[in-house]
Design a protein around this ligand. Structure first.
Ligand code: FPP
Length: 242
């Protein structure tokens, strides 16, 4: 099986999963967390080097307060509960997003978990939390502008590499595969810059129902895709022969 170097996932459909069963939305999120655990462990087993999960978008702050509060406490519990498993599987936790907007207890747990797992090398698990790609891009532009004004950076030397290095994902390769569950054909402000060449796979399966078999199906499809980076198929065949 061809394994992506960096798999990014938009975990969508927890709310619908619950509504379809006349259950409170939060129960969908609880099942969603269990799915996340299964998928993280399977990615680790398959030796996916980088896994990035869109866990909470900057737009999600607009949801009802009870849902936001419950999601934050669910996240905190998940991190505390899974620390041992991250250590056992040698997974490093990383976070992207506006962490300062998160409640202090969640922030503290995140920082502690990142510190405790910092030397793990087998997989980097990045949670996008309070994350919005436009925010991230604007922040990078602001940082570069500051450096330019301070005379530390020549504006004419800003290139894609400089820009990538100013993003929160600076130390990661760009995702080569994006999975979105629950059928929406949107990027939803997720890694807009980094997904430029990613293969996109959308499945109608709702996140709480997404299992190992669904992940394998997605990866099989990834293996069938031809990544051309704007070249022709013939050119690529030529390159791989060289
Ligand atoms: C999408 O469902 C999910 C979220 C908004 C975020 C919460 C994600 C989890 C609880 C799963 C993973 C958690 C961790 C800690 C890794 P939705 O509410 O947008 O569903 P809907 O579109 O059907 O309403």
């Amino acid at each position: 099986m061809r394994i992506p170097e960096h798999l990014a996932i938009i975990m969508d459909g927890n709310g619908r999963w619950a509504e379809q069963r006349n259950l409170p939305r939060m129960l969908g999120h609880h099942h969603g967390v269990e799915t996340a655990k299964v998928i993280i462990e399977e990615c680790r087993r398959l030796r996916v080097p980088y896994l990035t999960l869109y866990a909470f978008s900057s737009e999600n702050w607009g949801r009802p307060d009870e849902e936001v509060d419950a999601l934050m406490s669910l996240l905190n519990t998940f991190l505390e509960r899974e620390l041992q498993s991250l250590l056992t599987h040698r997974i490093r936790l990383n976070v992207i997003g506006s962490i300062r907007r998160l409640p202090a207890p969640v922030r503290e747990t995140l920082v502690q978990t990142m510190e405790r797992t910092a030397s793990n090398r087998d997989m980097v698990l990045t949670l996008a939390l309070s994350y919005g790609a436009r925010d991230e891009i604007v922040e990078a532009a602001r940082m570069l502008a500051h450096d330019a004004v301070a005379g530390l950076l020549d504006p004419s030397e800003i290139d894609e590499k400089t820009f990538s290095n100013a993003l929160q994902t600076a130390d990661m390769p760009d995702p080569d595969f994006l999975i979105r569950t629950s059928g929406e054909m949107r990027i939803s402000n997720f890694l807009l810059w980094q997904l430029a060449y990613a293969e996109i796979y959308v499945t109608p399966v709702l996140w709480p129902d997404f299992g190992v078999v669904d992940l394998h199906q997605a990866l099989a499809e990834f293996g069938r895709r031809e990544r051309r980076y704007g070249l022709t198929g013939g050119q690529l065949q030529h390159e791989t022969r060289e």
